[in-house]
Design a protein around this ligand. Structure first.
Ligand code: ADP
Ligand code: MG
Length: 706
């Protein structure tokens, strides 16, 4: 059946209020769980399952096990311990078990008469009387009920759903059962979107089998597999969800690439002059990536390329060469950075590089006001500005480009996908879709990159400039602060420079800035012979850049800073970094920070000044930092320890918000999903839009995916 023309499609798309007993109040509760339509209920999968399908003999019960048990009461006493409790002793032919109630009514104590039979469900724990079950669900069996007359025993595993306040499992199960009834009456309303030959090839269950199974697994289902999320039924749904995300990004990409981009070919004279003036020659990796970029620019199809390169791998020059290509052809290049500090640094570099070549470089950031802003905007609009460097101020609606041919986005993990797309619109206003070059220092593992950036081609700068020695990293407890200060004294007296980075748990710039000010005062007292500067988020942008300039010029020996210096800041003479409370930061962020040193040829050090005692988790993370300087390894570890949100940057996760799939757990699926996506587009293009709609809904519209 053709999924797009299915007449039943609307049946499950109806709002939950169509179900019996669901009014506005219940609908609001369901909405908190993201459940708006009847179909949403079918995709609301259990967190875990209980096995109430069989009786477990007491003798086979293990601590930690949830089970249905039946036994005869041998004693029932109120115990006056530290907390008063009701203790009921049970036995069956195989062993004894205690039930313990901390909250109980006097009537309850009477129920458990010696010799009466009880059936219960609960988790066995090791207690003071042997195995105990606290507050079980229970039922007294009348003497006439035969043992194991299993009226109450379930036929399938009992699902436990994620729920919300005021919504019981019972109620939720009832609603899901109603949703199932509708589904059964109109099976076409949730069509199978993966054609059978493809399902077979990728060993995927049919959609309806998978959904049915997960809501009602049979008694012999593997609880371990279900708990690990690796059951074929779970795999099928995760697969489909990942596929939908993959398809939506590809769709965005093919929409963009239907437009025409400027043909940029040649301009080699200008590039040669630029390269000749550099104090170094490009690394092999930089040259390879530039060749990949050139090939894209030579086509009239908009480039969509991500350049990945570890901190210090030299992405800025690569951006500069690409910008030169555009400028040589009479197109403008825009370079955007996530912070003013970084944008300004780029502006200075680009001006120093390009003005001798006769190019005009303009600067635009939020802090630029009044006449200066008007002038900058005018130069961008009439084309005098050939290269424009700035912050996201470049995206603002009132900024118009004359002929934007290339948009470069640095440290892209700090931006959202939609911001990237907004820059593209800047070009379209002038009738051209610009090429896009996106740079990131977050070394995303390849399979993850394929998912997160399916809309981008990938280039990797996998080589550092020669002569860099890896940063040596040590972890030191903060009661040895004095030794660390001595270390700064000796580095600075040899003419080297150092950073002292203050971090705070709270996302409060004010508190972080205060901490930095206090640290400055303490260090000024301890190291009176040196010039010490301070940058933090509360300072005016112009103050920050003055301090940075002074540090870069060597007028300051030591810079006390908050994490505002995390990205991009480049002062090669700085060879020592102290990071206070590193246990508060993610590995990726620590790696970024540490990347501020080790940029010159002198041996560099990073001191992780932690506050003891460390949790095992923190200890493990700091050990990773000590052991490796390899951003890819660190990203892998970060992914394992903190999940994809952290690795990709939180602002990316909007697009990555998955219902069922988990990028860490389901990584083995990413590669086959990638292959299947390509096939589906060719062989079953009509499934594409319904798949995207099923999983991304409204979000897909926002990104222009459907
Ligand atoms: P990132 O990739 O972190 O953005 P940058 O572009 O800031 O790195 O480069 C780091 C430093 O390395 C800068 O000082 C830059 O001038 C220098 N650099 C870049 N490429 C080379 C090279 N091929 N040889 C030597 N130094 C280089
Ligand atoms: Mg950079």
């Amino acid at each position: 059946m053709d999924p797009e023309t299915s007449t039943h499609q609307s049946e499950l798309d109806q709002p939950v209020t169509e179900l019996a007993g669901v009014g506005d109040a219940m609908a609001a509760k369901l909405a908190r769980l993201g459940l708006d339509s009847i179909a949403d209920l079918l995709f609301h999968l259990p967190l875990r399952y209980q096995d109430r399908t069989r009786l477990t003999p007491i003798g086979q019960l293990r601590a930690g096990q949830e089970a249905v048990v039946e036994g005869e009461v041998t004693a029932c006493d109120v115990i006056q311990g530290r907390r008063r409790s009701l203790l009921v002793r049970l036995k069956d032919a195989t062993g004894i078990l205690s039930l313990r109630f901390y909250h109980f009514a006097p009537a309850q104590a009477q129920q458990f008469a010696r010799g009466s039979r009880v059936r219960l469900f609960g988790e066995a724990r090791a207690g003071s009387t042997g195995l105990e079950v606290y507050h079980p669900e229970y039922q007294l069996l009348s003497a006439t009920v035969e043992r194991s007359a299993d009226g109450e025993i379930e036929e399938s595993l009992t699902p436990i759903y994620p729920t919300t306040e005021g919504l019981t499992q019972m109620r939720l199960r009832g609603l899901i059962a109603q949703a199932f009834k509708r589904y059964e009456a109109h099976p076409g309303s949730l069509p199978e979107l993966l054609p059978e030959p493809l399902r077979e090839r990728f060993s995927l269950l049919a959609l309806n089998d998978a959904i049915r199974y997960l809501h009602h697994p049979p008694p012999d289902a593997s609880l371990d597999q279900l708990a690990a999320g690796t059951h074929p039924a779970q795999r099928r749904l995760a697969f489909e969800e990942l596929l939908a995300h993959q398809l939506s990004l590809r769709q965005v990409r093919s929409r963009i690439q239907r437009d025409t981009a400027p043909l940029i070919k040649g301009g080699d004279g200008l590039k040669a002059r630029f390269l000749a003036a550099l104090p170094f020659s490009l690394t092999g990796a930089q040259r390879r990536v530039l060749a990949e970029i050139d090939r894209d620019l030579e086509r009239e199809i908009p480039m969509l390329r991500l350049v990945q390169g570890d901190v210090g791998s030299g992405k800025t020059v690569v951006a500069a060469v690409a910008a030169l290509s555009a400028a040589a052809h009479g197109y403008q290049a825009a370079v955007m950075a996530p912070t003013e500090l970084l944008a300004e640094q780029h502006y200075k570099s680009f001006r120093a590089w390009f003005e001798p070549l006769g190019l005009d470089v303009a600067w635009l950031a939020g802090r630029l006001k009044g006449k200066q802003r008007l002038d900058a905007k005018a130069a961008i609009e009439d084309g005098r500005a050939q290269v424009v460097v700035g912050t996201h101020a470049l995206f603002q609606a009132d900024v118009r480009f004359h002929r934007l041919g290339l948009a470069i986005i640095d440290e892209q993990h700090r931006f959202g996908v939609h911001q990237r797309l907004a820059l593209r619109e800047k070009g379209e206003a002038a009738g051209i879709t610009p090429h896009q070059l996106v740079m990131t220092a977050t070394p995303i593992p390849r399979t993850l990159a394929m998912s997160a950036y399916a809309d981008l081609d990938l280039s990797v700068i996998d080589e550092l400039p020669p002569g860099r020695s890896p940063v040596k990293t040590v972890a030191v407890a903060d009661n040895r602060r004095q030794e660390v200060i001595e270390r700064i004294r000796s580095a600075c007296s040899e003419g080297r420079q150092a950073y002292w980075v203050c971090t705070l748990i709270e996302e409060s710039e004010a508190l972080e800035s205060q901490a930095a000010e206090a640290t400055l005062a303490a260090l000024e007292e301890a190291l009176p012979e040196f010039a010490i500067g301070l940058v933090h988020g509360r300072m005016k942008a112009s103050e920050k850049s003055e301090v940075m300039a002074a540090f870069k010029a060597g007028e300051l020996d030591l810079l006390v800073a908050t994490t505002v210096i995390e990205v991009g800041v480049d002062v090669p003479n700085a060879s020592l970094m102290i990071i206070e409370n590193p246990e508060r930061l993610g590995l990726a962020q620590l790696h970024q920070l540490r990347g501020r040193v080790g940029r010159g040829s002198t041996e560099s050090f990073c001191v992780l000044l932690y506050h003891p005692p460390l949790s095992d988790h923190s200890r493990e993370r700091l050990a990773v930092m000590r052991e490796t300087n390899d951003g890819f390894k660190i990203a892998e570890k970060d992914l394992e320890l903190r999940g994809p949100g952290e690795v990709l940057g939180t602002r990316q996760t909007g697009l990555m918000g998955m219902k069922i799939a988990d990028l860490v757990r389901d990584r083995p699926l990413l590669e086959p999903v990638h292959r299947l996506a390509a096939e589906l587009v060719d062989s079953h293009p009509r499934s594409v839009t319904p798949l995207i709609r099923r999983w991304l809904g409204e979000e897909a519209n926002r990104y222009g995916a459907v």
